[in-house]
Design a protein around this ligand. Structure first.
Ligand code: LLP
Length: 501
């Protein structure tokens, strides 16, 4: 077992090595890590032209603040980097990173495609008016109902993940064709056997896992042949996704090499030349100043070069490329604001020297693993700053923790904060736009925070704060019981979705 169920730190106090030596200056906003608009004005953090104290006064804490120009700018960077005047290329936003109606509309307006990985993500995108033909549906266990929605709404591609799914989709597609509709366009998801250099739980293209058709066993080729023989299905191309939060392009290049090899095998076996190659997402972002992500332009150049070379070697025409960045679009532009509630100094066994202080402060904030599970789940690293002011107090070793009844409820494992941080101060955690709100839970009946998008000084609540009434409504006994409003752990006032400040 990797960690005790109560968290990796249960029962022992770990040495403060991960924090390194204290930096020369605290509270610096490294442009690598913070939203493009982040700046300090008179010491206070401003995002897209708004002071954090102002946002918190209007919307409460915990609060996800999304810099709209950052989000859309990163989407545009991918679209520009992959644009290919001859062949075209599609950038699919991997909506699992963070999806709501407003995000679906931005992605639609900005001309990108959208990757949905459940029927409900698909339904949300359609409800927001996202053009169906620009949506691809993923998933290793799509239900009949999900597939029917995909077929009826006329989405761009269903990404086939298993033989069972081919059996399930074929009759639905045949019914559409019999009714005068088009065949259903599909991709085959190939598992290419690459060990991505990332956390084991988020690497997806090694053999011993649930996704896709194995290339090594020949399943991917068998699936392709079967689909090609199915008149109501149109095999448009191949798909491969090797994992997430990857910095090294070698894994993508190796995957491209193998998947182009599969294009060649399919051509040999059936005479079919498939026109599309979707190389998935997984492009890493900087959570810490030392992280060194590859730019969209470099990723595009490398992928294009390797695909062109592999195709030339096999005498195949170069297919149209597609990619599916999620984190790299949604992650960096959002921060989470929390209010500090309590601070508990804990004596460390060893310590006293530089970089090994004798005390660690447990700084508790008003959210936690229910709004960011990534530290507890993946040992993810985050950084944060004192947001409402700067301080020249000396650095203190801190661990930022949530308010859940669990010792593994850690947000930022080790960092230096000014020693005078106090209850009532605001902390901003960087790069929380991907897989935080989207993986949020109601553990301990904490309520999901709102997401406020800020652009040119105007803040719009694109997802409102969940209320206790929302949660009571699901409960057989409490559905009609009056819920205290605001909930005991939530600030007033509450906003309707769409409210501006
Ligand atoms: N395409 C496919 C088929 C995927 O499975 C994923 C992510 C993506 C694209 C987007 O990957 P991205 O560009 O966002 O790395 N919850 C984990 C990440 C799980 C990723 C699942 N699939 C985390 O918090 O790190």
């Amino acid at each position: 077992m990797r960690a005790h169920p109560a968290g990796p730190l249960h029962g022992s106090i770990t040495p403060p090595t991960a924090a390194g030596a204290p930096p020369a200056e605290l509270g610096v906003l490294d442009p690598h890590v913070w939203p493009r608009s982040a700046t300090r004005v008179d010491g206070e953090l401003h995002l897209a032209g708004r002071a954090v104290t102002d946002l918190v006064r209007a919307h409460g804490t915990p609060l996800f603040v999304l810099d709209e120009a950052d989000f859309r700018g990163r989407a545009a960077d991918f679209a520009t980097a992959f644009a290919d005047p001859e062949l075209g290329a599609d950038v699919h936003y991997a909506s699992k990173a963070f999806l709501c109606g407003q995000v679906a509309r931005w992605i639609a307006e900005d001309g990108l495609h959208l990757d949905a990985c459940s029927g409900n993500e698909l339904a949300l995108a359609l409800a927001a008016g996202f053009p169906a033909e620009r949506i691809a549906l993923h998933g290793n266990n799509k239900s009949l109902v999900e597939l029917q929605l995909a077929v009826d709404s006329g989405i761009g591609h269903v990404v086939l993940d298993s033989f069972d799914e081919i059996d399930r989709l074929a009759p639905l597609a045949a019914a559409r064709v019999a009714a005068g509709g088009d065949p259903v366009s599909v991709l085959i998801r190939a598992t290419v056997g690459i060990e991505a250099h990332t956390h084991e739980f988020i690497a997806t293209a090694h053999e011993d896992q649930k996704f896709g058709f194995s290339l090594a066993t020949g399943d991917a080729l068998t699936a392709a042949v079967r689909v090609i023989r199915e008149p109501a299905l149109h095999l448009a191309g191949l798909h491969s996704h090797i994992g997430s939060q990857i910095f090294d392009t070698a894994g993508f290049e190796a995957a491209a090499h193998r998947v182009v090899g599969l294009l060649g095998q399919i051509h040999q076996a059936t005479g079919e030349l498939l026109g599309e190659l979707n190389l998935g997402g997984g492009f890493g972002i900087a959570y810490l100043a030392d992280d060194d992500p590859v730019s969209p332009t470099d990723v595009a150049t490398r992928l294009r070069t390797v695909v062109a070379a592999e195709c030339a070697a096999l005498g195949l025409p170069v297919p149209r490329l597609a990619v599916e960045p999620g984190r790299a679009i949604a992650g960096p532009g959002t921060v989470t604001l929390y209010e500090i509630g309590t601070i508990k100094p804990v004596r460390l066994g060893a310590g006293g020297g530089p970089g090994t202080p004798a005390v660690r402060n447990y700084v508790s904030v008003d959210g936690g693993m229910s709004d960011n599970i990534r530290t507890a789940l993946y040992d993810a690293d985050y950084t944060c700053v004192l947001a409402n002011r700067v301080s020249d107090a000396p650095p203190a070793l801190c661990r930022v923790v949530g308010k859940h009844c669990e010792s593994g409820d850690v947000l930022v494992r080790d960092l230096w904060l000014p020693s005078d941080v106090a209850p009532g101060d605001l902390l901003a955690v960087a790069a929380t736009g991907a897989y935080c709100w989207s993986m949020a839970s109601n553990y301990n009946y904490l309520l999901k925070p709102p997401v406020v998008a800020v652009r040119d000084g105007v803040a719009t609540e694109i997802v409102r704060r969940q209320t206790l009434s929302d949660v009571f409504a699901l409960d057989a006994v409490l559905a009609d019981a009056p819920a205290p409003s605001p909930a005991p752990d939530q600030p007033a006032p509450e906003h309707a979705a769409g409210a501006r400040s």
